[in-house]
Design a protein around this ligand. Sequence first.
Ligand code: GRG
Length: 298
Amino acid sequence: MSNVELKQIFESKKEKIDAYLENILNNDEIPDVLCQCIAYSLLNGGKRIRPVLSQITAEKLGIDPDGVLPLAAAIEMAHTASLIHDDLPCMDNDDYRRGKLTNHKVYGEAMAVLAGDSLLAYGFELCLQELPRLGFTQSNILNALKIFSHAIGPCGICGGQALDITQEGHEGEGEFLWKMCELKTATLLRASITASAALVGAGEKTMSCLHNYGTHLGISFQIIDDILDVTGSISELGKTPGKDAREGKLTFVALHGLERAKELAMEETKKAIDSILPLGPDFEVFLDIAEYIARRSK
Ligand code: GRG
């Protein structure tokens, strides 16, 4: 598949999720002040890679991708929650994200905390309300939510962030960095694929291949993110203009240097590709996705 074709697939699936996310905030029960604060970050131009992956996974497993939209949305909502909390003064203390003031800079810290909390809970509410109506079996729903909740808790994003904020003294430790990256980034990226596969009832072999693929894809995604932080335009990446947000931080570039980091990203991409090959030509799009993510420019 050409890059242009893949871009079109991503764009059309991104449009679906954008519309879906906008719609779920159309809820009179949510106090206006909180709704505006949530919308500020949720409807603010993220790439939507995770929900797009969820939709593509369902499609490749023979299911209408619209059916997994509540799960895909919940995953994007959790991702957004993690970004809002990540930017808080008690975490990374960032003033800008995606080229705009961070949530707490506009709405204050207390409201930003509530927006993140709301996004986590509302995602589960959405899944529990919508997925049974869409005909998924209870056991598939439970399996999907088990994977999703695992990815955002202490064994996933929160665990990764705990390592991140206690990284001092671990500067030269590759193992620490890999663990941090796997928990902070790879678990949710992987879950966007495997939770969707579990929801549509994929078999054991498929689940295992997708799990390995998602892990390597997630690590390659983070390495590229580290590389882009150094080589790309910082302001274009939505960080504080003129300031490298990760200065002094343990990253793949800081630990290995730019060239080795690029090699590692390519190695992880190759491992992702090797993991998916046993699933045959039906899953070919995942090979292109791995290349696409590795070659992205932001
Ligand atoms: C509230 C679930 C939750 C967690 C709190 C703060 C925290 C614990 C975790 C932060 C984790 C974090 C910021 C990981 C970084 C992951 C990453 C590579 C983000 C960038 O993803 P993109 O490029 O971003 O998909 P866009 O802007 O396109 O959405």
